[in-house]
Design a protein around this ligand. Structure first.
Ligand SMILES: *Cc1c(COP(=O)(O)O)cnc(C)c1O
Length: 414
């Protein structure tokens, strides 16, 4: 092996470290939940999981997964079209399609794979993709895998006119839809997250659906942070905006609100989904979800469909936390999801500060993570708190008190 790459990487790593940009993983030695144990045995409250409904360790989900392990085994040792399809995989596809208001759905081992395999089968160099500037990395990568022209619009800006968001001046969605090259494309496809994970805001999907209808564009929504708890019955951002069933393609993950294990899905019209089964590379060339995960996820859908109790509780918890943290003197991005970004970009050395702040919170028994460049733009560092139905009032009060205490230490709050 050439030693040059080792030397180069060591240098790059040192620069990252000096800038305070190294990600360090904390080790958990318990199951996922509101209360977890971190390495060394300390018990802390978890405020940074995507476990919005608290289903990651729900007894009914564990039992369903264990029962499926006994009846369908651990793994399938094959991709779907050879001998990797069980009855329960078809059942989960049917149930998910029904839940999302579409004809059919196709499973992947992750939503990253769903997004990696959703553009290239439909779009070539005669087509155009128009994407929100804050789309998830997996959408960006999926778009890179196809040859369509690419356009980016200013975050959630559906109209016309340049707009500066996060230091980038970009046109609105309608500006791009009116470009000659886009109007003359064979297909136009608008791609957006439903809920944006770093800001916790929801795409204005009612306006986007209208815009797509007017300009004869397809719409793809990745609702990974919305499925399960956004909208009156948890069907996600499209339900929230009264347009459930009106996106052409919906991708989402089972790795967040829906049990948090793993698995992704693309839902849509029958012919689109069938085409993906024939041509989508991460589907054809990679194993799908493991049977116990499928069994557990089917139970998750039962739980979500039988009552809105957990969904209601996470929203109550988010409202309570938002209110308390603002009263404590912190700046947040307001919103209606269970993601509450607490902003540190206005302070000097914000990347270093959020990490120090998160370390101090952990000392106080609160586990939350600081995000900094390149995960968010430079000068936009934040601690992202995520609420769960599994949090109690006491948990929320303890978190707010810890933020106040650490805030005082760093001279941020009174
Ligand atoms: C988390 C996330 C993904 C990736 O989901 P996995 O199933 O973990 O691969 C994709 N898109 C968005 C918007 C996400 O938030």
């Amino acid at each position: 092996m050439s030693s040059r790459i080792l030397v180069d990487l060591a240098k790059l790593m040192k620069v990252r470290d000096d800038e305070g940009l190294m990600k360090r993983e904390r080790v958990i030695s318990s199951a996922q939940g509101a209360e977890i144990t971190v390495a060394g045995g300390k018990k802390v409250l978890n405020f940074c999981a995507n476990n919005y409904l608290g289903l990651a360790s729900h007894p009914e989900v564990l039992e369903a997964a264990a029962e499926t392990l006994r009846t369908r085994g651990f793994g399938l040792s094959s991709v779907r079209f050879i001998c990797g399809t069980q009855d329960i995989h078809r059942e989960l596809e049917r149930r998910t399609a029904e839940f999302l208001g579409t004809d059919d759905a196709i499973l992947y081992s992750s939503c990253f794979d769903a997004n990696g395999g959703v553009f290239q089968p439909f779009l070539d160099e005669e087509c155009a993709i128009i994407a929100d500037q804050l789309n998830h990395a997996s959408i960006i990568d999926g778009v890179r895998l196809c040859k369509a022209q690419r356009h980016v619009y200013s975050h959630c800006h559906t109209g016309t006119g340049l707009r500066n968001f996060d230091g980038r001046e970009l046109p609105g969605l309608e500006d791009i839809l009116m470009l000659d090259s886009v109007r003359n494309a064979r297909y136009r496809l608008v791609a957006t997250d439903g809920v944006f994970s770093m800001n916790g805001d929801i795409a204005p999907l009612d306006a986007i659906v209208d815009m797509c209808d007017r300009h004869d564009a397809l719409l793809m929504v990745d609702d990974s942070h919305g499925t399960g708890y956004i909208g009156r019955t948890g069907r996600g951002s499209l339900e929230r905006h009264g347009v459930l069933g009106r996106a052409d393609l919906v991708t989402t993950t089972f790795g967040k609100a829906c049990g948090g294990a793993s698995g992704g899905v693309t839902a849509g019209r029958k012919v689109l989904i069938e085409w993906l089964r024939q041509t989508s590379r991460p589907y054809i060339f990679s194993n799908t979800m493991a049977p116990p995960v499928v069994g557990g996820t089917l139970k998750v859908l039962d739980i979500i469909e039988r009552s809105t109790e957990l969904r209601d509780r996470v929203h109550e918890n988010a409202a309570y936390f938002r209110n308390g943290i603002k009263k404590a003197g912190f700046s947040i991005i307001d919103g209606e999801t269970a993601i509450v970004p607490i902003l540190f970009g206005m302070y000097p050395n914000d990347a270093v500060l959020v990490q120090q702040f998160a370390d101090d919170l952990l000392e106080e028994g609160i586990y939350a993570i600081g995000f900094f460049y390149p995960v968010v733009a430079r000068g936009q560092s934040r601690i992202r708190v995520q609420l769960s139905a599994a949090h109690t009032r006491e948990h929320l009060d303890m978190a707010i008190a810890a933020f106040e205490k650490v805030g005082k230490k760093h001279g941020i709050t009174g």
